[in-house]
Ligand binder design. Sequence first.
Ligand code: NAD
Ligand code: AKB
Length: 349
Amino acid sequence: MPRQCYAALARSLYFSPLNQPPDGKRMKQDNILVIGANGQIGSVLTAALREVYGTYRVLATDIRPPLQESGPFEILDACQGEALDQLVHRQSITQIYHLAAILSASGEQDPLRAWNVNMTSLLNVLEIARQRHVAKVYFPSSIAVFGREARPVNTPQYEVLIPETVYGISKVAGENWANYYYRKYGLDVRSLRYPGIIGYQSMPGGGTTDYAVEIYHYAVQKRPYTCFLRADTALPMLYMPDAIRATLELMEAPANRLSVRIGYNLAGMTFTPAEIAHSIRQYLPDFSITYRPDYRQAIADSWPSSIDDSLARRDWGWRPQYDLDAMTKDMLLHLEQHYHLHGTTTEDR
Ligand code: NAD
Ligand code: AKB
């Protein structure tokens, strides 16, 4: 049987609230929809959710097909409200993880398109979740909500928000819409202000913090790296396993423990390009880096260098586990295995 037919058959057999998941484990009985599942975070979060809920209870969707299918997948443009509504209804969806967005650097290439995609998709998700009685919605926000007026060091949760990218504006508006749906309709929407996310499993898509992923790929391939930010640009960052755990922990937390219904500030570590290069050189002493700042420097300069996440720590027990050197060790280990096995170049990924 062709692969696609098998996937469709498996989906029709198992992706129903009436069926037990086939994994043989005792899984939670939710039907989860991930939107933007093929992105940097979505691909890793989908796998993590499948570990918790069972493969066939987590439906991955995106506007582009996955590189590798590892469970139920459908093409879905979240800006198409009717298609989203039908899917939520047909699959009896109980939780939505809405990850689709145009990120900071890509957004500045076409600001109106970024606004349209980010806002139309979010408003579709919120409204359909309300109408279809979806139990929980996750919507990631970003440190991009802050602008130059915000205190740049240990930036507090409740700080002045004057973002300088259309992406940041859409996240501020999105947080307020999430809070509005929570207060007016009781929709259980939860959100984190992710810092730059770094992982070995996937490549980033059009952000200002992308350099911190690319640099490891160049390093393990013994290639010199040209960084698009200045050597001393300090930004808040978080390693992917911590980001995924934070997301799952927030979504599992009892609703009455959550005092923040905009995006929770979330912190992991802070470093500059020079510091990450230094960390890499502990393992790869010949690694070389040069700096050629471009338009992304202004975006980075408008963001904080560190974040106060004390409310996340207090409300649902958030604690990051990785610092820069622990992350570097793990990244290099996994990427060395990857390039040893697959031999692909940075451009192929
Ligand atoms: P990404 O760009 O890697 O992935 C986004 C995915 O959404 C892509 O696979 C894309 O094809 C898909 N998509 C775009 N438009 C769509 C549409 N109309 N309908 C359905 N899918 C669509 O982004 P990411 O880095 O995985 O980020 C996921 C979320 O986390 C975003 O909301 C982003 O703002 C937020 N976030 C990410 C970071 C980070 O460092 N990666 C930091 C802060 C916040
Ligand atoms: C970006 O750089 O746009 C993202 C983010 C911090 O939101 N990584």
